[in-house]
Ligand binder design. Structure first.
Ligand SMILES: *Cc1c(COP(=O)(O)O)cnc(C)c1O
Length: 311
């Protein structure tokens, strides 16, 4: 049994025609928790449950916390999520809908996370949002499914926050013998911790994050994601917040699916037909999804960017 589902792999006619390539979409927006995170977090939660964990603790008010809450509810294990005051009510509501205990603490995520870590007792399991080999192992199942479907892409496009998804996808490519399939790693300009690290040749810690793509807002990527660039063909690009949001809006029209700007970043690479795609005929986009956005918010952002303001 797994907590995640085998998601549809579809060829998008709208995107394929637009860029004159075969565009395959792996629809992880349709995971029951709303994002790909359930693959890795579900796998980690099942592992910890088998080891006797009696409670799961998370400090994520986003898709990682939601995946923990979903996993705990299905496994019958209580979940506590500590979030900062800045966490929007919609995110708190989603966590409560999954029956997690939500504790609001501190102004920033650092403070909420610090409290979470002090709460972890011996039989509790703390779930990190991206830096955990169990997560990467779970995320890798996405590529297992593509491989089983018999569709070998020329390139995989994915979004990078802390680099857990990247680490898992590369693990999946390698364990399926697809070492020759490159990855295009996409970030928004204001959350480019991966690109800056690759350029510096060492892991960079951003001082601030400035992007509407909140789920990409890790100040520093995990060591694994950084190290992988030496072992796998990985190209890094950034897109603007405006084009990530525009991609969300266009994707809603084209595929009738609502995703966060974190996912829109990857879609923007296709909609903009970035030069990095020039050599490829079959493109696989990891539609990572995201549950913390509303249609109104996408429309508001789109309007603001069109007016030239970024707040
Ligand atoms: C977490 C998340 C990401 C980034 O994943 P990392 O493993 O942190 O790199 C991208 N998109 C969505 C929707 C997410 O929830």
């Amino acid at each position: 049994m797994t907590l995640h589902i085998n998601t549809p792999l579809i060829k998008s006619q709208a995107l394929s025609q637009r860029v004159n390539r075969k565009v395959l979409l792996k629809m992880d927006a349709w995971q029951p928790s709303g994002s790909f995170k359930l693959r890795g977090i579900g796998h980690a939660c099942e592992t910890y449950a088998a080891q006797g964990a009696t409670r799961f603790i998370s400090s994520s008010g986003g898709n990682a916390g939601l995946a923990v809450a979903y996993a705990g509810r299905v496994l019958g294990i209580p979940v506590t999520v500590i979030v900062p005051e800045s966490t929007p009510q919609t995110a708190r509501d989603l966590l409560q809908q999954e029956q997690a205990t939500v504790i609001v603490h501190g102004e920033t995520w650092q403070e909420a996370n610090a409290l979470a870590l002090t709460m972890v007792k011996e039989t509790d399991a703390f779930l990190h949002p991206f830096d955990n080999p169990l997560l990467w192992e779970g995320h890798a199942t996405l590529i297992d499914e593509v491989h089983a479907a018999g569709e070998k892409p020329d390139v995989v496009i994915l979004s990078v926050g802390g680099g857990g998804l990247l680490s898992g996808i590369v693990a999946g490519l390698q364990r399926n013998g697809w070492n020759d399939v490159p990855v295009l790693a996409v970030e928004t300009e204001g959350a480019a911790s991966y690109q800056q690290s690759l350029q510096a040749g060492e892991r960079v810690q951003l001082t601030t994050i400035d992007s509407v793509a909140k789920s990409l807002g890790a100040k520093q990527v995990c060591q694994q994601a950084f190290a992988l660039a030496a072992h796998h063909p990985i190209q890094s690009i950034t897109v603007s917040d405006a084009s990530a949001v525009a991609a969300c809006a266009q994707f809603l029209t084209d595929q009738r699916v609502l995703v966060e700007p974190a996912c829109g970043a990857s879609l923007a690479a296709v909609y903009e037909n970035v030069p990095e795609l020039a050599a490829y005929q079959t493109v696989l986009v990891v539609v990572c999804g995201g549950a913390t956005v509303t249609i109104t918010q996408i429309q508001d952002w789109a309007t603001k960017f069109a007016q030239g303001t970024t707040q």
